[in-house]
Design a protein around this ligand. Structure first.
Ligand SMILES: C[S@@+](CC[C@H](N)C(=O)[O-])C[C@H]1O[C@@H](n2cnc3c(N)ncnc32)[C@H](O)[C@@H]1O
Length: 335
């Protein structure tokens, strides 16, 4: 299903306010540490929105690095431009993350926070991440599993109707459940999975739940999916629950926000990797451009020796590569 959310100026300002809350800021901190941007690196912020993460990345990579902030929304980019003013590393572009127009292998790292879930052709966007990352490059993605949201209500059926109507604002309601497969299929190794929870037991104006409730109300009513009186009745119930100390919005029992860290696998038989062992899957000799192999080890001068049980042609299903050689600061084992 395609996303029906458009980030015009008003929506961009609302997202900016919502994402400035400490609740959302904490999720960015988790993603930032997982990505571990370093001085001089080339990094992309995919669906950069108002530029909160873009700015932090620019400060981390410094003037010798580069942060490509991409977004489809001009009003979002205007906010990002203002937020990143004076930071020479930042380059902002109105572009689709499924077709970014950067050279192959040109990125050390990429981050996509709450943005992949909006992309109808998400598999193309993940493939684009794999194309752009250099071997050993890192990516961190964070998306909401909207199918797991707990939003307490006395009229729970009404809450559920409203949340189902809100699902239409994105293209993929439970993207974290399939992200690992999408990444593996394009040669990325999933090296870390993490739940990044948000718990709101109050409707204080500086909470995620407060801004989100208003956002949900306006989307479901504005898109004609829910009558205004029903949505306003829900908001009134949220306020009443808050007054009674019973407000509860939480991403449990299953994760709402699931972050994954990906690592671009070293290519097989290319760029100086020395391959040993292995067994052909039958579709091409080991080390050939089709690179079919099984249980192979590849030694890289700078990043150590990897063993892998993946067959790139897809005939054999993969397991994540394991580093079996000496440690190196650029291997995935540092994640
Ligand atoms: C919820 S906002 C998140 C913004 C930002 N990542 C953050 O965490 O602050 C989602 C953003 O993804 C952008 N977006 C959606 N689809 C996109 C696509 N195909 N290419 C680039 N940006 C996209 C939207 O315009 C919007 O700015």
């Amino acid at each position: 299903m395609a996303s029906s959310m458009t980030f015009d100026k008003a929506a961009a300002l609302r997202v900016e306010a919502l994402y400035a809350t400490p609740d959302v800021a904490a999720t960015r901190v988790a993603a930032f540490h997982a990505l571990d941007p370093r001085p001089g690196e080339q990094v992309a912020d995919l669906g950069c929105g108002p530029g909160f993460m873009t700015r932090e990345l620019a400060l981390a990579v410094g003037p010798s690095g580069r942060v490509h902030g991409l977004d489809l929304s001009a009003p979002m980019l205007a906010l990002a431009r203002a937020r990143c003013a004076g930071l020479p590393a930042v380059e902002l572009a109105e572009a689709d993350m499924a077709a970014m127009g950067l050279p192959n292998g040109s990125l050390d790292a990429a981050v996509a926070l709450q943005s992949l879930e909006y992309v109808p052709g998400v598999a193309c966007a993940v493939a684009e991440v794999a194309r752009l990352l250099r071997p050993g490059g890192r990516a961190v993605v964070l998306d909401t599993d909207f199918g797991s949201v707990v939003w307490h209500g006395r009229d729970q059926a009404r809450v559920d109707r409203i949340l189902v109507a809100y699902d239409a604002h994105i293209a993929h309601q439970s993207l974290p459940r399939v992200l690992g497969r999408l990444a593996t299929e394009v040669g990325l190794a999933v090296v870390r999975r993490e739940v990044v929870p948000i718990l709101n037991a109050s409707l204080h104006p500086n909470t995620y739940a407060h801004g989100l409730a208003l956002f949900i109300r306006d989307f479901v009513v504005g898109s004609g999916r829910v009558l205004a009186e029903e949505a306003d009745g829900w908001l009134a119930e949220c306020a009443a629950l808050d007054a009674a100390g019973e407000f509860f919005h939480e991403p449990q029992p299953l994760p709402v926000c699931a972050a994954q860290a990906w690592l671009r696998r070293p290519p097989f038989g290319r760029r100086g990797g020395r391959q040993r062992g292995g067994r052909s899957c039958g579709r091409g000799p080991i080390g050939s451009p089709t690179g079919c192999c099984w249980s192979m080890t590849t030694t890289w001068p700078s990043s150590g020796t990897y063993g892998t049980a993946r067959c790139p042609c897809g005939r054999w299903r993969s397991t994540a590569p394991k580093r079996v050689g000496p440690a190196s600061p650029t291997t995935w084992s540092t994640w």
